[in-house]
Design a binder for this molecule. Structure first.
Ligand code: FAD
Length: 414
């Protein structure tokens, strides 16, 4: 690690990194070829990883979690993603799904679900995106209608991380008009009226699922509402800013690191002009650019999550970490392909997988356009409040009475 990151990392962080790296190289790496070949959702491996307890990185020890904080969570995702972007995405999506319970769950919801999530016996999701809304969260059309002590949910969610292995979906739907007309519900995966679309393998992240949830008159008790009625946008935004952005930046960082390691190995091994590629000044320059981007992305991300751990306002830093990390990864993925030459185009080369996986990191928690839109709002002085301030440090009490805060503008993008 660089001297800059040494400023953030304690001995415990370094020990955690070593532990995760060892696990990833011995337990996950041997499964990658099969995930790539079959493109199935690897439920078994996901469950094994979850049972290590790492989904509970930020869950309070009082609920059985690690209580290790956001920087520790970042290292976990980064190291798993270095070996498998798919399993890194699985871990990030589960931790993202945990955020809403930590921040908005009432005592009973926390006592019921957080210990199971921490133990790895329950994988949560967060389901916001719809086919006709996407970045425009307020454009969603799925609804919940009150019926006695229940709500009846109807609609369709798409691209939901861990859709096919999730045990507890956190579904944001419309309960009324406008920006205070969204509400969030916990929906158990086996609840009647909830069904999944078929798993559709995509370009990359083979082994991970991000698919469709159908809500067809799905009846849930009112006690499954998470947060108060009308707080659904807050649930979605806070999860996305405080967990989604840095988590995706961590996935990007792990893939980025893997590309550089693989590219260096190729540059040292392949002989051109009677010497290894690594001796050519242009190749050294290319590797230098890749390393520069990696160092910047890592420093920006660790700084952001370190501030989150310290309880400092850092929404802009978290958003910038996703922007910086994803842009850096995509540029380095292109450089890695160039360095590999024709061989990089074949699936027997890890580079081909890294390139495909890298494309999946941009849309979740908002495309780069959305990150820049948010940062532009900051530059224009149009942001109000910060999620990192509202939720730092997480308190073990219900937030249902917490004052409403929506730190962004009416554009209501993810
Ligand atoms: C691997 C993966 C995992 C995911 N996991 C989840 C999950 O767990 N839960 C969940 O709810 N969703 C999830 N998503 C969905 C993700 O949040 C959406 O893909 C994202 O919000 C963008 O929506 P969209 O794909 O419909 O793109 P669109 O909103 O249709 O955007 C299309 C293009 O228009 C641009 N654009 C749109 N609006 C604006 C604007 N206001 N300003 C500038 N440009 C704009 C976008 O940047 C993009 O280039 C996941 C997606 C992926 C790929």
């Amino acid at each position: 690690m660089t001297s800059t990151t040494a400023l953030f990392l304690t001995d415990e962080h370094e020990a955690l990194r070593t532990k995760i790296r060892t696990y990833a190289e011995t337990e996950i790496a041997p499964r990658v070829a099969e995930m790539e070949a079959h493109r199935h959702v690897d439920q078994d491996l996901s469950a094994r990883i979850a049972r290590q307890g790492w989904i509970g990185a930020t869950i309070d020890p009082a609920y059985g979690g690690m209580g290790a904080g956001h920087l520790a969570k970042t290292l976990i995702i980064e190291e798993i993603s270095r070996v498998s972007g798919a399993m890194g995405a699985m871990v990030q999506a589960s931790q993202l799904g945990t955020a809403k319970i930590i921040y908005y769950g009432c005592d009973e919801q926390r006592k019921t679900w957080l210990p199971r999530i921490a133990a790895g016996t329950c994988l949560p999701t967060i389901a916001v995106t719809e086919a006709d809304s996407g970045s425009h969260v307020l454009g969603m059309q799925a609804t919940a209608r009150r019926d006695g002590d229940d709500y009846i949910l109807s609609g369709r969610k798409v691209y939901i991380g861990n859709s096919h292995i999730g045990d507890l979906h956190g579904v944001v739907v419309r309960t009324g008009p406008g920006s205070r007309g969204l509400s969030a519900f916990l929906v158990e995966a086996d609840r009647p009226g909830l069904s999944l679309g078929p798993h559709r393998p995509a370009m990359g992240l083979h082994g991970f699922s991000f698919g469709e949830l159908f809500l067809d008159g799905c009846r849930v008790p009112a006690s499954n509402m998470i947060g108060a009625e009308g707080e659904g946008l807050d649930v979605a935004y806070s999860s996305s800013v405080l967990y989604g952005r840095p988590n995706l930046a961590a996935v990007a960082l792990g893939i980025h690191q893997a590309i550089i390691e693989q590219s260096v190995a190729v540059a040292e091994r392949r002989i051109r002009h009677g010497q290894p590629l690594a001796e050519l000044p242009t190749i050294q320059q290319r590797l230098g650019r890749m390393q520069s981007r990696l160092t910047t992305a890592r420093t920006v991300l660790y700084d952001a999550v370190h501030k989150l751990d310290l309880g400092l306002p850092c929404d802009d830093e978290l958003i910038n970490a996703k922007h910086t990390g994803v842009e850096a990864l995509l540029a380095t993925a292109q450089d890695g392909m160039r360095l590999h030459g024709a061989a990089g185009l074949y699936p027997d080369q890890p580079m081909e997988r890294f390139f495909r996986d890298a494309q999946h990191v941009e849309p979740p928690a908002g495309t780069d356009d959305i990150q820049l839109h948010r940062l532009g709002e900051k530059a224009l002085g149009r942001t109000r409040g910060q999620w990192s301030q509202r939720h730092a440090p997480p308190q073990p009490t219900t937030s249902k009475a917490a004052p409403a805060l929506r730190p962004t503008t009416p554009s209501a993008t993810s």
